[in-house]
Write a protein that binds this ligand. Sequence first.
Ligand SMILES: Cc1cc2nc3c(=O)[nH]c(=O)nc-3n(C[C@H](O)[C@H](O)[C@H](O)COP(=O)(O)O)c2cc1C
Length: 260
Amino acid sequence: MAVLGIVGSPRKGKRTDKLVEAALQGVRSAGMAARKVYLIDYDIRPFCGSGGSDDAFGLGPRDLSAMCGEAEALIIGAPVYWGDINGLTKDFMDTVQTPDSNGKPALGVAIAGGSGKGLLSGVQSIYHFFYHRQMRGIDPTPVSRFNMEEALAGLMHSGARLAEAARQRERFPGVGREERWPEVLAHYTTLDYLDDGPLEEFLMLAEQLLELSADGRGKADLDMVDRARIEFEEALDALEAGRTEDAARHAVGCYQILYF
Ligand SMILES: Cc1cc2nc3c(=O)[nH]c(=O)nc-3n(C[C@H](O)[C@H](O)[C@H](O)COP(=O)(O)O)c2cc1C
């Protein structure tokens, strides 16, 4: 029994690697074996054929597909480039074969390590992959520079939960892919962040910056934190009143006061 951790960043030892490693530590702490691979070590190419997904499967490195098939659960970590997962991770997803993926537990983490923008759209892309392969996604983990410490701690727990889910793997019921969609879709409606858009993303980043700055971990002084908090509260009020355009302006306002 082993969980496979997949690092989608070409940079070994950097943020994506550290986040995947934290989840793998959680897996090991729950008594399950864990293994890590780096996509950059494989010959992964974009699908440039004229056929469909069956043709694309043939393109992925066979040993990588075999490892994904044998793994009891998967962890995918990807860096965010321009608001989405990087091309290497996407090309892997397009071409990898994942035999016996029904209900396989899966955990995804996306790190938007610059402005933070794209942390939600990035993690959503990873869960689109899990959903379409009918895996059982758990704990979507969006990460920026501002919540990195909290995310590392959270991933230890998620890794342990993943190991537990792997031990008691729950396949989606139904004969064949089509019959399974009602339960697959029902499961994905229960996960956090998958329905959020850019406004929720800015609110999330603003909240992360507020927390960090209030703890003295940011660059802002107390006056800036107070001004930012007012912007944040105005964003929430506007959102509640259905004034989404105002909510957007105030959410960005809070973020811009505290950004470093
Ligand atoms: C081409 C490119 C585009 C990027 N776009 C974004 C972005 O949209 N949002 C963001 O927060 N960071 C962005 N970044 C920064 C990366 O997310 C950041 O460097 C991250 O730490 C990369 O993961 P790694 O450290 O594991 O390599 C971008 C980096 C590159 C190279």
